[in-house]
Design a protein around this ligand. Structure first.
Ligand code: P6P
Length: 333
């Protein structure tokens, strides 16, 4: 029998400087939330959780019923145990302070409870993304400012992928490990130890319908991939686009690839679509720990000093040699 997730977490905790049972307890609560979400997503129409909630989130995006349900699951699973000082979610305008009736802890949690939720009604894989930061020393009532830490300060990051099977992929700075949910037992087991991203790839992922809005370096890179053997790369590429970042990143962790959601001129006020604190940073931590690279085209994503909970950044991540090529094109532009 493969190693269970709880055994793995306890062993991981021993490798994190200063980590105590708090870390194990927090990760266990996050895992419990993901199991509950997996159940909701798996039952879908059978329990009436599909379709729109008839509301909008802070992003101005129409919320699905499951966006609201999964956000609530994450809050209720993580607010009571005393491991957290506050939480922040894609689905909430401001931070969520731990209610006064519960003890506070030394960590901060950011999360996207159901990433790719536009796919949920068409039964395509969706996921949950989370990131754990330390609450600044001596702060017992954190504000949004206390979350404004670069991605290099993350203690742990992970995602749950609700696909043909439910997987949990996590890193706490000692490589990346993947676990598969055994529904009969009700626990995750280590099935993908030490996941690594091949440095080279012939597969790219981007929403090509936005081509006219991209910056020139991205247009150049994608044009060369599409030209294949007939172009400067001299080899044919393949393209994928699931419209679910968790699914794209998992594919890249499994067989390599490059994922791009670049800055575009569609909405000049936004630096791209994806959010730094609970999408780009956790995925960057995972990708870098797996030997890949994660960049905006202009800077390493995990070096960015955040300016807001819902700040958006361009994302170019995956196989190191391809991301380096794209960064090179930005430098040449
Ligand atoms: P588009 C899902 O809404 C998401 O945030 C990511 O998971 C995904 O990669 C991207 O947006 C899809 O964007 O513009 O193709 O729908």
């Amino acid at each position: 029998m493969s190693k269970s997730l709880i055994q793995f977490i306890i062993e991981e905790q021993r490798a994190i400087p200063g980590a105590t049972g708090d870390f194990t307890g927090l990760l266990s609560d996050i895992v419990s939330a993901c199991k509950q979400i997996a159940h909701q997503v798996n039952k879908g129409a059978l329990i009436g959780v599909l379709g729109s909630a008839g509301s909008e989130n802070v992003q101005g995006e129409t919320q699905k019923k499951l966006d609201v349900i999964t956000n609530e699951i994450f809050l209720k699973s993580n607010e009571w145990a005393g491991h957290l000082a506050a939480m922040a979610s894609e689905e909430m305008d401001d931070i969520y302070p731990i209610p006064a009736k519960y003890p506070k802890g030394k960590y901060l949690l950011t999360f996207d409870p159901l990433d790719g939720s536009s796919n949920i009604d068409v039964n395509i894989s969706v996921g949950t993304i989370f990131s754990i930061l330390r609450c600044p020393e001596g702060i017992t009532n954190p504000t949004a400012d206390d979350f404004m830490q670069p991605g290099t300060k993350q203690v742990c990051a992970g995602y749950a992928l609700y696909g043909p099977n439910t997987m949990l992929v996590i890193t706490s700075g000692n490589g990346v490990n993947g676990f598969t949910l055994d529904r009969d037992v009700g626990d995750f087991f280590l099935t993908h130890p030490n996941m690594t991203i091949p440095a080279d790839t012939l597969e790219f992922a981007i929403n090509a319908s936005n081509e006219r809005y991209w910056e020139a370096p991205v247009q150049r890179y994608v044009k060369e991939c599409i030209a294949g053997k007939t172009g400067p790369r001299g080899v044919n590429f393949n393209m994928r686009w699931v419209a679910s970042m968790v699914a794209e990143v998992h594919r890249i962790l499994t067989r390599g690839g490059v994922f791009m959601y670049p800055k575009d001129t569609k909405d000049p006020s936004k630096a791209g679509k994806l959010r730094l604190m609970y999408e780009a940073n956790p995925m960057s931590f995972i990708v870098e720990q797996a030997g890949g690279m994660s960049h905006t085209g202009y800077e390493r994503i995990m070096d960015i000093k955040p300016s807001g909970l819902h700040q958006r950044v361009p994302v170019i991540l995956g196989s190191k040699n391809e991301v380096e090529r794209i960064v090179g094109y930005h430098k040449e532009a």
